[in-house]
Design a protein around this ligand. Structure first.
Ligand code: CA
Length: 231
């Protein structure tokens, strides 16, 4: 499920949002300072960011600008929380680059609807239960994978690995990023473990002479080949 990061210094609001988002199945991270959020975003990006404009450390407006100026985060979906009244217009006028603006006080169902709408628009692959590329189809609800007419049987790690790669076609992930994203940050496993599981995944998915959808990028890592479907 998608990860949402909330950057907001009003703790009761964070708790309320966290509760409601987790109830809908989102993974929630939160941060109360703008400068701390910037640091965390440089390490790992959520699928969507909820950003308050008034923050200690670094304002939401400035943080939004910095996020947009970096190549790895320029397309990060951002909903900016603004105060009621003219500030909203002023912030929009500042062209911070947020995708959507929600004025406080807001209704939680409305914010949730805006989050869903933005994710569907900006990251359909994280909200859809079916991931498709070429003749490969991965169903996140039933944990089934098909290639053309054949059912592909994958172990749980290979399934998560394929799901993770298919979510961002074309993007090259280092072994370390794959370990973080697939195995989780708290698990210690050797980076070579990634190679072993990539090998198993390839073997299962490319039976016979099928095209290999996984690209090995020397010195960098692995990617789901975004040209795979058209080759
Ligand atoms: Ca605030």
């Amino acid at each position: 499920m998608p990860t949402v990061m909330i950057v907001e210094d009003e703790e009761p609001l964070v708790l309320l949002l966290r509760y409601n988002l987790e109830a809908e199945g989102y993974t929630v991270e939160s941060c109360a300072r703008g400068d701390e959020a910037e640091l965390r975003l440089s390490e790992q990006l959520p699928d969507l960011l909820i950003l308050d404009w008034m923050l200690p450390g670094l304002s939401g407006i400035e943080l939004c600008r910095r996020i947009r100026s970096k190549p790895n985060s320029q397309h990060l979906p951002i909903i900016m929380l603004t105060a009621r009244g003219e500030e909203t217009e002023r912030i929009r006028g500042l062209a911070t680059g947020a995708d959507d603006y929600v004025t406080k006080p807001f209704s939680t169902p409305e914010l949730l609807a805006r989050i869903r709408a933005l994710l569907r628009r900006a990251k359909p692959e994280v909200v859809s239960t079916l991931l498709r590329a070429g003749d490969i189809e991965l169903d996140r609800t039933t944990h089934r994978v098909r290639r053309a007419t054949r059912e592909v049987h994958l172990g749980p790690t290979e399934f998560r690995l394929l799901e993770f790669l298919m979510q961002s076609p074309g993007r090259v992930f280092s072994r370390e990023q794959l370990l973080d994203g697939v195995w989780g940050r708290d698990v210690y496993v050797d980076e070579r473990t990634v190679d072993v599981h990539i090998g198993r995944l390839r073997k299962a998915i490319n039976r016979g002479r099928a095209k290999d959808p996984i690209r090995t990028v020397r010195g960098a890592g692995y990617a789901f080949d975004d040209q795979f479907a058209s080759r």
